[in-house]
Design a protein around this ligand. Sequence first.
Ligand SMILES: Cc1cc2nc3c(=O)[nH]c(=O)nc-3n(C[C@H](O)[C@H](O)[C@H](O)COP(=O)(O)O)c2cc1C
Length: 160
Amino acid sequence: MQKVDKLLQQMLSQGVYVVGVGEGSETNAFTAAWVMQVSFTPVLLAISINPEHRSYRLLKKVGVCSINVLSQQQMSLVEYFGQSGLEDKMARGTWTAAVTGAPVLQESLAYFDCKVSHEIVAGDHQLVICEVIEARQLNAGRPMLYSATGTMDNSAELYE
Ligand SMILES: Cc1cc2nc3c(=O)[nH]c(=O)nc-3n(C[C@H](O)[C@H](O)[C@H](O)COP(=O)(O)O)c2cc1C
């Protein structure tokens, strides 16, 4: 295959989100670009997650998450929640509990509060299909695009 990493990132339009997982005292969050709507009725969103992420293990355990839309001004949040192994990752941002109990990032443009429906193996990721329980706009602004994040996710190194 022709070297595909740049074309995927620059030509396939995707947003950038912080996915909040867990509930109560057990929460975490991570940056995700691989998020898309996959059904009208019910409203389903798919998130493609690396099963090695701490957030994945928590999502499996608790079964709820929020998808928080970042604005073009929030590059530092993209970078921050793209890190793993932070001792108190949720110390950054203002978090409240959504209807499902999932943590919602109040600084985001909007959020989708979700319950996990099922999951599908997708190569080296898991495609987690989520039913949207509630959605709200929180702030005004323009959504960030994945193509604007450049090499931040080091994804070029992940292709064989
Ligand atoms: C711009 C960007 C997009 C990302 N998109 C995804 C994604 O769609 N799926 C995924 O599993 N990881 C994605 N990541 C990587 C995770 O955010 C990163 O591995 C994070 O450290 C996982 O956190 P955790 O181990 O605390 O759950 C992305 C990272 C960045 C910077």
